[in-house]
Write a protein that binds this ligand. Structure first.
Ligand SMILES: [Zn+2]
Length: 344
Protein backbone atom coordinates (compact mmCIF):
# COMPACT_ATOMS: atom_id res chain seq x y z
CA UNK A 1 0.00 0.00 0.00
CA UNK A 2 1.20 3.52 -0.78
CA UNK A 3 2.56 5.51 2.14
CA UNK A 4 0.11 7.98 3.67
CA UNK A 5 -0.03 11.30 1.78
CA UNK A 6 0.14 13.45 4.86
CA UNK A 7 -0.89 16.73 3.21
CA UNK A 8 -3.85 15.17 1.46
CA UNK A 9 -4.96 13.34 4.63
CA UNK A 10 -4.69 16.52 6.71
CA UNK A 11 -6.63 18.52 4.12
CA UNK A 12 -9.38 15.88 3.85
CA UNK A 13 -9.84 16.02 7.63
CA UNK A 14 -9.66 19.82 7.81
CA UNK A 15 -12.25 20.21 5.05
CA UNK A 16 -14.91 18.42 7.11
CA UNK A 17 -16.27 20.79 9.75
CA UNK A 18 -15.83 18.99 13.09
CA UNK A 19 -16.34 21.85 15.51
CA UNK A 20 -16.84 20.28 18.94
CA UNK A 21 -20.33 18.83 19.06
CA UNK A 22 -20.49 18.00 15.36
CA UNK A 23 -17.69 15.47 14.92
CA UNK A 24 -19.93 12.71 13.48
CA UNK A 25 -19.20 13.22 9.79
CA UNK A 26 -15.46 13.59 10.32
CA UNK A 27 -15.44 10.46 12.50
CA UNK A 28 -17.23 8.46 9.80
CA UNK A 29 -14.78 9.64 7.15
CA UNK A 30 -11.78 8.82 9.37
CA UNK A 31 -13.14 5.36 10.29
CA UNK A 32 -13.72 4.53 6.60
CA UNK A 33 -10.28 5.84 5.65
CA UNK A 34 -8.54 3.69 8.25
CA UNK A 35 -10.59 0.61 7.26
CA UNK A 36 -9.66 1.16 3.61
CA UNK A 37 -6.02 0.99 4.68
CA UNK A 38 -6.43 -2.28 6.52
CA UNK A 39 -6.96 -1.10 10.10
CA UNK A 40 -9.50 -2.78 12.35
CA UNK A 41 -11.68 0.06 13.55
CA UNK A 42 -13.97 0.38 16.53
CA UNK A 43 -16.40 3.31 16.52
CA UNK A 44 -16.80 4.00 20.21
CA UNK A 45 -20.07 5.82 20.86
CA UNK A 46 -19.84 9.02 22.96
CA UNK A 47 -23.37 10.34 22.36
CA UNK A 48 -26.14 10.12 19.72
CA UNK A 49 -24.09 11.55 16.86
CA UNK A 50 -20.46 11.47 18.01
CA UNK A 51 -17.95 8.66 18.45
CA UNK A 52 -14.27 8.06 19.07
CA UNK A 53 -12.29 6.18 16.42
CA UNK A 54 -10.12 3.40 17.86
CA UNK A 55 -7.99 1.33 15.50
CA UNK A 56 -5.64 -1.61 15.80
CA UNK A 57 -3.43 -3.67 13.53
CA UNK A 58 -4.92 -7.03 14.42
CA UNK A 59 -8.50 -7.98 14.98
CA UNK A 60 -9.48 -9.85 18.07
CA UNK A 61 -12.80 -10.99 19.40
CA UNK A 62 -12.45 -8.61 22.30
CA UNK A 63 -11.50 -5.00 21.78
CA UNK A 64 -9.39 -5.19 24.93
CA UNK A 65 -7.05 -7.62 23.24
CA UNK A 66 -6.66 -5.31 20.28
CA UNK A 67 -4.80 -3.05 22.60
CA UNK A 68 -2.54 -5.55 24.19
CA UNK A 69 -0.45 -3.36 21.89
CA UNK A 70 2.43 -1.68 23.63
CA UNK A 71 1.87 1.77 22.21
CA UNK A 72 -1.09 3.89 21.22
CA UNK A 73 -0.96 7.15 19.33
CA UNK A 74 -3.73 9.49 20.38
CA UNK A 75 -5.12 12.91 19.62
CA UNK A 76 -8.49 14.60 18.98
CA UNK A 77 -10.37 15.42 15.79
CA UNK A 78 -12.74 18.07 17.14
CA UNK A 79 -11.88 21.73 16.59
CA UNK A 80 -12.66 25.12 18.09
CA UNK A 81 -14.91 27.45 16.05
CA UNK A 82 -14.95 28.92 13.46
CA UNK A 83 -14.60 26.43 10.65
CA UNK A 84 -12.59 27.42 7.59
CA UNK A 85 -11.38 25.04 4.87
CA UNK A 86 -7.83 24.12 3.95
CA UNK A 87 -5.45 25.85 1.55
CA UNK A 88 -1.73 25.53 0.95
CA UNK A 89 0.64 28.47 0.52
CA UNK A 90 4.27 27.41 0.20
CA UNK A 91 5.15 25.35 3.28
CA UNK A 92 2.03 26.43 5.18
CA UNK A 93 -1.11 24.31 5.34
CA UNK A 94 -3.91 26.59 6.56
CA UNK A 95 -7.35 25.57 7.85
CA UNK A 96 -9.23 25.07 11.09
CA UNK A 97 -7.66 22.10 12.85
CA UNK A 98 -4.59 22.00 10.59
CA UNK A 99 -2.39 22.61 13.63
CA UNK A 100 -4.72 21.49 16.43
CA UNK A 101 -4.90 18.60 15.81
CA UNK A 102 -5.69 17.13 12.38
CA UNK A 103 -2.14 17.50 10.99
CA UNK A 104 -0.95 15.73 14.13
CA UNK A 105 -3.51 12.97 13.56
CA UNK A 106 -2.29 12.53 9.98
CA UNK A 107 1.35 12.35 11.14
CA UNK A 108 0.40 9.72 13.73
CA UNK A 109 -1.39 7.61 11.11
CA UNK A 110 1.63 7.87 8.79
CA UNK A 111 3.98 6.84 11.63
CA UNK A 112 1.77 3.96 12.71
CA UNK A 113 1.60 2.69 9.13
CA UNK A 114 5.37 2.87 8.79
CA UNK A 115 5.74 0.80 11.97
CA UNK A 116 3.12 -1.65 10.72
CA UNK A 117 4.93 -2.04 7.37
CA UNK A 118 8.06 -2.84 9.36
CA UNK A 119 6.21 -5.70 11.04
CA UNK A 120 5.22 -4.00 14.30
CA UNK A 121 1.71 -5.13 15.20
CA UNK A 122 1.45 -3.81 18.75
CA UNK A 123 0.39 -0.33 17.65
CA UNK A 124 -3.00 1.27 18.26
CA UNK A 125 -4.74 4.54 17.38
CA UNK A 126 -7.10 6.36 19.73
CA UNK A 127 -8.70 9.41 18.11
CA UNK A 128 -11.26 11.15 20.28
CA UNK A 129 -13.96 13.79 20.08
CA UNK A 130 -14.61 16.59 22.54
CA UNK A 131 -11.10 17.62 23.59
CA UNK A 132 -11.80 21.32 23.17
CA UNK A 133 -14.81 21.30 25.51
CA UNK A 134 -14.54 19.11 28.58
CA UNK A 135 -12.88 16.00 27.10
CA UNK A 136 -16.04 13.87 26.98
CA UNK A 137 -14.49 11.70 24.24
CA UNK A 138 -11.37 10.95 26.29
CA UNK A 139 -13.45 10.14 29.36
CA UNK A 140 -15.31 7.48 27.33
CA UNK A 141 -12.08 6.22 25.74
CA UNK A 142 -10.61 5.71 29.19
CA UNK A 143 -12.95 2.75 29.70
CA UNK A 144 -10.55 0.25 31.25
CA UNK A 145 -11.73 -2.59 29.00
CA UNK A 146 -10.09 -0.85 26.05
CA UNK A 147 -6.94 0.62 27.47
CA UNK A 148 -5.83 -2.01 29.94
CA UNK A 149 -3.27 -3.64 27.65
CA UNK A 150 -1.47 -0.49 26.59
CA UNK A 151 1.87 0.46 28.14
CA UNK A 152 2.46 3.90 26.60
CA UNK A 153 0.21 6.68 25.31
CA UNK A 154 1.78 9.08 22.81
CA UNK A 155 -0.65 11.99 22.88
CA UNK A 156 -0.44 14.62 20.17
CA UNK A 157 -0.90 18.35 20.71
CA UNK A 158 1.13 21.18 19.14
CA UNK A 159 4.53 21.16 20.89
CA UNK A 160 6.72 22.33 17.96
CA UNK A 161 8.01 18.75 17.72
CA UNK A 162 9.34 18.83 21.27
CA UNK A 163 8.68 16.23 23.92
CA UNK A 164 6.65 17.50 26.86
CA UNK A 165 8.15 17.26 30.36
CA UNK A 166 4.97 18.34 32.13
CA UNK A 167 1.73 20.20 31.56
CA UNK A 168 -0.06 22.60 33.87
CA UNK A 169 -3.42 21.77 35.38
CA UNK A 170 -6.55 23.87 35.65
CA UNK A 171 -8.60 25.08 38.57
CA UNK A 172 -11.70 27.15 37.87
CA UNK A 173 -13.33 28.93 40.78
CA UNK A 174 -16.42 31.14 40.77
CA UNK A 175 -16.38 33.99 43.28
CA UNK A 176 -19.85 35.18 44.19
CA UNK A 177 -20.58 38.32 46.18
CA UNK A 178 -23.99 39.23 47.50
CA UNK A 179 -25.23 42.58 48.74
CA UNK A 180 -28.43 44.54 49.29
CA UNK A 181 -29.96 46.66 46.54
CA UNK A 182 -30.98 50.25 47.33
CA UNK A 183 -31.32 53.49 45.40
CA UNK A 184 -27.78 54.64 44.62
CA UNK A 185 -28.47 58.11 46.07
CA UNK A 186 -28.38 56.43 49.50
CA UNK A 187 -25.55 53.91 49.12
CA UNK A 188 -24.99 53.83 52.90
CA UNK A 189 -28.36 52.06 53.24
CA UNK A 190 -27.35 49.20 50.98
CA UNK A 191 -24.46 46.84 50.51
CA UNK A 192 -22.61 46.69 47.20
CA UNK A 193 -21.86 43.20 45.91
CA UNK A 194 -19.64 44.70 43.20
CA UNK A 195 -17.50 46.49 45.79
CA UNK A 196 -17.05 43.25 47.73
CA UNK A 197 -16.09 41.40 44.58
CA UNK A 198 -13.55 44.08 43.63
CA UNK A 199 -12.07 43.94 47.13
CA UNK A 200 -11.78 40.16 46.86
CA UNK A 201 -10.08 40.35 43.44
CA UNK A 202 -7.61 42.97 44.70
CA UNK A 203 -6.83 40.83 47.75
CA UNK A 204 -6.36 37.82 45.42
CA UNK A 205 -3.55 39.68 43.62
CA UNK A 206 -1.54 39.77 46.83
CA UNK A 207 -1.93 36.09 47.73
CA UNK A 208 1.26 34.09 47.11
CA UNK A 209 0.58 31.24 44.68
CA UNK A 210 2.26 27.81 44.74
CA UNK A 211 5.17 27.20 42.40
CA UNK A 212 6.96 24.15 41.11
CA UNK A 213 10.59 23.62 40.05
CA UNK A 214 9.62 22.34 36.59
CA UNK A 215 6.33 24.12 35.82
CA UNK A 216 7.01 27.45 37.53
CA UNK A 217 4.58 29.77 39.26
CA UNK A 218 0.82 29.17 39.35
CA UNK A 219 -0.90 32.02 37.52
CA UNK A 220 -4.50 32.93 36.90
CA UNK A 221 -6.87 34.89 34.71
CA UNK A 222 -10.10 36.60 35.75
CA UNK A 223 -11.82 35.62 32.52
CA UNK A 224 -15.42 36.45 33.34
CA UNK A 225 -17.00 39.10 35.50
CA UNK A 226 -20.58 40.24 35.87
CA UNK A 227 -22.86 41.99 38.34
CA UNK A 228 -25.41 44.67 39.03
CA UNK A 229 -28.64 45.61 37.28
CA UNK A 230 -28.50 49.36 36.58
CA UNK A 231 -26.20 52.37 37.07
CA UNK A 232 -28.46 53.83 39.76
CA UNK A 233 -28.89 50.67 41.85
CA UNK A 234 -26.45 49.44 44.50
CA UNK A 235 -25.66 45.94 43.27
CA UNK A 236 -27.17 42.94 45.03
CA UNK A 237 -25.11 40.34 43.20
CA UNK A 238 -21.79 40.07 41.38
CA UNK A 239 -19.55 37.23 40.33
CA UNK A 240 -16.26 36.49 38.64
CA UNK A 241 -14.78 33.32 37.28
CA UNK A 242 -11.10 32.84 37.93
CA UNK A 243 -9.06 30.25 36.05
CA UNK A 244 -5.79 29.15 37.61
CA UNK A 245 -3.13 27.31 35.59
CA UNK A 246 -1.86 25.10 38.37
CA UNK A 247 1.59 23.60 38.87
CA UNK A 248 0.83 21.41 41.88
CA UNK A 249 -2.15 19.97 43.74
CA UNK A 250 -5.06 22.40 43.27
CA UNK A 251 -5.91 21.97 46.97
CA UNK A 252 -2.98 24.32 47.70
CA UNK A 253 -4.65 27.08 45.68
CA UNK A 254 -8.01 26.43 47.30
CA UNK A 255 -6.36 26.74 50.73
CA UNK A 256 -4.54 29.93 49.71
CA UNK A 257 -7.77 31.68 48.67
CA UNK A 258 -9.88 30.78 51.73
CA UNK A 259 -9.33 34.24 53.35
CA UNK A 260 -11.44 35.67 50.48
CA UNK A 261 -14.47 33.88 51.94
CA UNK A 262 -14.91 36.91 54.24
CA UNK A 263 -16.03 38.75 51.10
CA UNK A 264 -17.30 36.19 48.61
CA UNK A 265 -18.45 32.60 48.43
CA UNK A 266 -16.15 30.35 46.42
CA UNK A 267 -17.63 27.72 44.17
CA UNK A 268 -15.49 24.95 42.70
CA UNK A 269 -16.22 24.72 38.95
CA UNK A 270 -13.59 22.45 37.41
CA UNK A 271 -10.25 20.89 38.17
CA UNK A 272 -7.75 19.12 35.91
CA UNK A 273 -4.50 18.06 37.56
CA UNK A 274 -1.03 18.97 36.26
CA UNK A 275 0.74 16.03 34.61
CA UNK A 276 4.34 14.74 34.67
CA UNK A 277 5.19 13.16 31.35
CA UNK A 278 7.46 10.31 30.38
CA UNK A 279 10.41 11.22 28.17
CA UNK A 280 12.93 9.31 26.09
CA UNK A 281 16.48 10.53 25.37
CA UNK A 282 17.38 12.35 22.17
CA UNK A 283 14.48 14.81 21.89
CA UNK A 284 14.18 18.52 22.61
CA UNK A 285 11.95 18.94 25.65
CA UNK A 286 9.77 21.69 27.06
CA UNK A 287 7.06 22.30 29.63
CA UNK A 288 3.63 23.35 28.41
CA UNK A 289 1.23 25.68 30.17
CA UNK A 290 -1.90 24.13 28.69
CA UNK A 291 -3.80 20.99 29.59
CA UNK A 292 -4.62 18.08 27.27
CA UNK A 293 -6.71 14.90 27.21
CA UNK A 294 -3.89 13.06 29.00
CA UNK A 295 -5.31 13.38 32.55
CA UNK A 296 -8.48 11.65 31.28
CA UNK A 297 -6.69 8.70 29.67
CA UNK A 298 -4.78 7.01 32.51
CA UNK A 299 -5.75 3.46 31.51
CA UNK A 300 -3.75 3.81 28.28
CA UNK A 301 -0.36 3.71 29.96
CA UNK A 302 2.46 6.13 30.77
CA UNK A 303 1.80 9.36 28.85
CA UNK A 304 4.08 11.22 26.46
CA UNK A 305 3.20 14.46 24.68
CA UNK A 306 4.55 15.34 21.23
CA UNK A 307 3.27 17.02 18.10
CA UNK A 308 4.13 19.27 15.16
CA UNK A 309 2.85 22.85 15.06
CA UNK A 310 2.78 25.71 17.54
CA UNK A 311 0.19 26.28 20.24
CA UNK A 312 0.49 29.98 19.37
CA UNK A 313 -1.30 29.51 16.03
CA UNK A 314 -3.78 26.89 17.27
CA UNK A 315 -7.24 28.44 17.82
CA UNK A 316 -6.28 31.57 15.81
CA UNK A 317 -8.19 33.00 12.85
CA UNK A 318 -5.50 31.88 10.39
CA UNK A 319 -4.46 28.57 11.95
CA UNK A 320 -1.73 26.80 9.98
CA UNK A 321 0.94 24.15 10.28
CA UNK A 322 4.28 23.78 8.53
CA UNK A 323 4.22 20.91 6.02
CA UNK A 324 7.93 20.27 6.63
CA UNK A 325 7.19 19.98 10.34
CA UNK A 326 4.39 17.49 9.65
CA UNK A 327 6.77 15.31 7.64
CA UNK A 328 9.46 15.58 10.33
CA UNK A 329 6.91 14.59 12.98
CA UNK A 330 6.31 11.24 11.25
CA UNK A 331 9.96 10.28 11.71
CA UNK A 332 9.95 11.52 15.31
CA UNK A 333 6.83 9.50 16.14
CA UNK A 334 8.42 6.37 14.68
CA UNK A 335 11.61 6.94 16.69
CA UNK A 336 9.60 7.52 19.86
CA UNK A 337 7.52 4.40 19.36
CA UNK A 338 10.56 2.24 18.69
CA UNK A 339 12.26 3.48 21.87
CA UNK A 340 9.11 2.69 23.84
CA UNK A 341 8.62 -0.73 22.24
CA UNK A 342 12.12 -1.65 23.42
CA UNK A 343 11.08 -0.74 26.96
CA UNK A 344 7.68 -2.44 26.83
ZN1 LIG B 1 -5.64 20.21 20.68
Amino acid sequence: MDPVDIVSLTRSLVDIDSTTGREGECGRWLADYLRSRGWFVNEQRVDDTRFNVLASVEQNSKVAQNFSSAIVFSTHFDCVPSFFPSRVEGDKLFGRGSCDAKGILAAQVAAAEQLRRDGESRIGLVFVVGEERGSDGARVANDAAHGSGSRFLINGEPTDNRLGLATRGILRLRLRASGRAVHSSFPELGESAIDKLIDALIELRGIPMPSDAVLGQTHYTVGLISGGVAPNVVSAAAEAEVMFRTTSDAAEVRRAVTPLERLVSIEHVLEVPPVRLKTVPGFDTAVFPYTTDIPFLPTWGDPLLFGPGSIHVAHTADEWVSIAELHAAVGHYVTLARALIRQA
